[in-house]
Design a protein around this ligand. Structure first.
Ligand code: HEM
Length: 484
């Protein structure tokens, strides 16, 4: 791996191509990959005769994921009537996501997202998924991402200008606002006023809660009409109206390679060419806005939390940010190459605080790593546990961005670090996410210092679709004595 970003892109392409080499057809028509006897997957320790593995959750989902990782490469846990196969080993996760991706569906993900986003990319599988991915991928190519860099800097600088100093701020919400603005202006090439963006960011969290609840609920359980679910339904309707406004204010890039231009073109295909319905354009915008904003937003919030706890690291990030943004020089062409430490800080935030799990279901009996997964097996890839495995990441609970420095050979551990998933469904926006995370962090670090509003308040990580802080309130103060 030459530099981290180059390596990340290469991995992205490699995994994607490998996953699609076999065609991406419906698995019902594919040969039975890997279906043999195989060893039985052991049950996780600590099973109660009546409660199953529910006692594991006494300290919360995230500590349970760490405990389960220590129990072996794959274990079953029982909660209620069903068993879940928890995969705690990166190589096995890779086998499921890449080598045997034809045998594993995304039923739980689709159930979670469809109600909130409609038919967006992350609710599609097989040929339909491949076709939609083909439409949107150019928006995240190397050239488009590089072109977006100056605009990302601009959006972050605009946000910094408006940021209230000296006021306690809920950091995950603030960073969600910033990342939603980046998504709207850089990917959709549209805009909305700050109040609308702030509103959108809040409603995206509401929708995300609904996604989580639907994903966690058993398939047979219909959505219940609770006050919260009615609130989510209203939020969904209003979000779609706002998204319609974004479509109307679209200013395409000259190259017409922004996400909304690509989707609009697919909605008006040439005669005889395959296309997508116009409603799907809105489904995709809600999908990308929701998934994109929350993931980057929460990673940035965690990065600020960790920087405030490590002054040396914070100062190193500030020096890097000053050299780029406070030197009085025009921005260089390849901004990202000047932000290696900020990039590593975001990478490390995603190691410690990734999407806790990626769900899959076995479409037929299959062996993975020599273990037998029966047809219908409900599978959770335990990213949170894998990222905290001491055999893969020495001092796993320590926030240490330097572990990702290019000179450290560890950057090549592809099975040890899966924040963006792998294979056919690997995050389509990974390079864009890494770039915008680093730029947003450095832009704000060039101007502000952040400290917890209450230094005695313990911040706890809680599991949702992403790993979020329970309550992370910080105060921004303008930096004095900038190094340049
Ligand atoms: C730090 C930021 C991010 C993280 C950690 C992240 C993580 C992930 C992961 C783990 C997956 C794979 C899910 C699976 O295999 O089932 C995924 C897929 C996806 N991500 Fe991201 N993501 C991030 C940023 C973004 C951004 C910025 C966008 C859009 C603006 C985005 C859009 C998507 C979409 C549409 C998919 C579905 C891809 C497919 O099924 O082909 N993500 N992401």
């Amino acid at each position: 791996m030459v530099t981290k970003r180059a390596g990340t892109d290469a991995l992205d392409r490699g995994a994607f191509e490998a996953a699609h080499a076999s065609g991406g057809h419906c698995p019902a028509a594919a040969p039975a990959a890997g279906a043999t006897a195989g060893r039985e997957v052991p049950s996780a320790p600590g099973k109660h005769w009546l409660l199953g593995h529910l006692p594991l959750l006494r300290r919360g989902i995230l500590p349970a994921l760490v405990e389960l990782r220590a129990a072996g490469p794959v274990v079953t846990v029982q909660a209620g009537t069903g068993s879940t196969y928890v995969v705690n080993d990166g190589a096995l996760a890779h086998e499921i996501l890449v080598d045997k991706n034809q045998v594993f569906g995304k039923e739980r993900m689709i159930r979670g997202f469809q109600a909130a986003t409609g038919d967006g990319l992350n609710t599609l599988e097989w040929a339909e998924h491949q076709e939609r991915r083909r439409i949107v991928t150019p928006a995240f190519g190397r050239a488009s991402t590089a072109h977006a860099a100056p605009l990302i800097c601009q959006v972050a600088a605009d946000f910094a200008r408006r940021w209230p100093v000296g006021t306690p701020l809920e950091m995950d919400r603030e960073m969600l606002k910033l990342s939603a603005d980046i998504t709207v202006r850089c990917l959709f090439r549209s805009e909305a006023d700050p109040d609308t963006m702030s509103w959108l960011a809040t409603k995206m969290s509401t929708l995300s809660k609904g996604v989580m609840l639907r994903m966690a609920a058993p398939a047979w359980c219909p959505p219940l009409p609770t006050p919260e679910s009615i609130d989510r339904w209203r939020a969904k309707r209003r979000v779609r109206q706002v998204v319609q406004g974004l479509r109307e204010r679209h200013t395409p890039t000259e190259r017409r390679d922004d996400l909304l231009s690509l989707l609009n073109a697919a909605a008006c295909p040439a005669p005889g060419a395959p296309g997508i319905p116009s409603t799907v354009v809105s489904d995709e915008l809600v999908t990308f806005l929701g998934v994109g904003s929350e993931t980057i937003g929460v990673a940035l919030a965690w990065a600020w939390h960790e920087l405030a706890r490590n002054r040396d690291l914070e100062q190193a990030v500030q020096r890097e940010a000053d050299a780029l943004f406070n030197s009085g020089n025009p921005l260089p062409e390849k901004v990202d190459e000047h932000l290696p430490l900020s990039t590593q800080v975001v990478m490390e935030a995603l190691r410690l605080y990734p999407l806790p799990v990626v769900p899959r279901n076995a479409l037929r009996e299959v062996t993975v790593g020599g273990f037998r997964f029966p047809r219908g097996a409900d599978v959770l890839l335990n990213l949170y546990g894998i990222h905290r495995d001491p055999a893969l990441h020495p001092r796993p609970d320590t926030f240490d961005p330097y572990r990702w420095a290019p000179e450290s050979a560890r950057t090549a551990l592809r099975n040890a670090y899966l924040p963006y998933g792998a294979g056919a469904h690997r995050c389509v926006a990974a390079p864009f996410a890494a770039l915008s995370g680093a730029i947003a962090l450095a832009t704000l670090a060039a101007q502000f210092q952040l400290r917890p509003a209450d230094p005695h308040c313990q911040v706890r990580a809680v599991a949702g679709v992403v790993t979020r802080p329970d309550r992370l309130v910080m105060t921004a103060t303008p930096r004095t004595g900038k190094t340049i």
